[in-house]
Design a protein around this ligand. Sequence first.
Ligand code: AOS
Ligand code: ZN
Ligand code: ZN
Length: 386
Amino acid sequence: MTAPSAVKAALTSQAIETPSWAYGNSGTRFKVFAQQGVPRSPQEKLDDAAQVHRFTGVAPTVALHIPWDKVDDYAALAAYAEERGLRLGAINSNVFQDDDYKLGSVCHPDAAVRRKALGHLLECVDIMDATGSRDLKLWFSDGTNYPGQDDIRARQDRLAEALSAVYERLGDDQRMLLEYKFFEPAFYTTDVPDWGTAYAHCLKLGPKAQVVVDTGHHAPGTNIEFIVALLLREGKLGGFDFNSRFYADDDLMVGAADPFQLFRIMYEVVRGGGLTPDVAFMLDQCHNIEPKIPAIIRSVMNVQEATAKALLVDREALAAAQAAGDVLGANAVLMDAYNTDVRPLLAEVRQEQGLDPDPVAAYGRSGWAERIVAERVGGRQAGWGA
Ligand code: AOS
Ligand code: ZN
Ligand code: ZN
């Protein structure tokens, strides 16, 4: 059994990255419900992220999305983050919102559109140079809606060509994280639909190309922890986009729909030695009807709770039961850890760090929510801010 001090050390060393877009207004395609006090600029998103870090102590980086977080001076934005105890995290590219991308971006049949998309991806690497970000996160909405619409193999060739151009542009300490998603917005084929496609491209590209697992991007019933175990074993797990799904890419708070699945994923991370900075633990969520900052704090806590339970698995007892073919005994070891109430342990960890044991309550008492409602007038939609 891992010593309590080692469990505590592992919990304080885990960093969870929050996404800039989660702080802005968002919604479904039916309606965006505007909330009062939401950020009007990338800087104000960082101000909110600083609150999440202040109360949790484990959310020191913020993912940006370009062009949603477009500014004139990215180095200045990085300095702004630093003044608030934060760093800028992954740069998320966007090759899906322009009219030009109706038939795809880097996989588009027209070379001119492909060039435009590649230009944006390379610009994102320039931004990483200025912000000091390590990771470029690539998600492509590319795909087709009808059989025969385009050549599936040719689209893979176009994808490989663009990925390789981006790979060549990366600095020594930079990585590209390739995200897969089985459908939406394309409904017949998606050009990076699954971990296998992402893995095949990343393997060819080299060590700086890694797969990112968005927990909401799988068909119902997919065993995500198996994918995590396999990618870690192959040295190809670059990170997570954490969120919860009940149906499709719901982007709800991580750990809300299925805390047991999150625990199983985190157990494979711990088991595979993935609790290191090499694996980026990012949130990719939208808070459509709930207050955003407390929802993000809650999400960070949910990841911590799953991690704590994963760390509490008695690995020696588990290995012994597995070796003995004791099916029920092995399962019981895992369930014992899952059924442990880790909230007192996490409260203790926070107190030892000088934090309030209850981050959500502490945020509620801080007055920040009232202050931003009073000070910020005219907050904008997450995707189209700034
Ligand atoms: C899209 O479904 C993906 O999850 C992306 O990772 C992400 O939501 C998007 O890039 C955020 O803008
Ligand atoms: Zn994602
Ligand atoms: Zn998604």
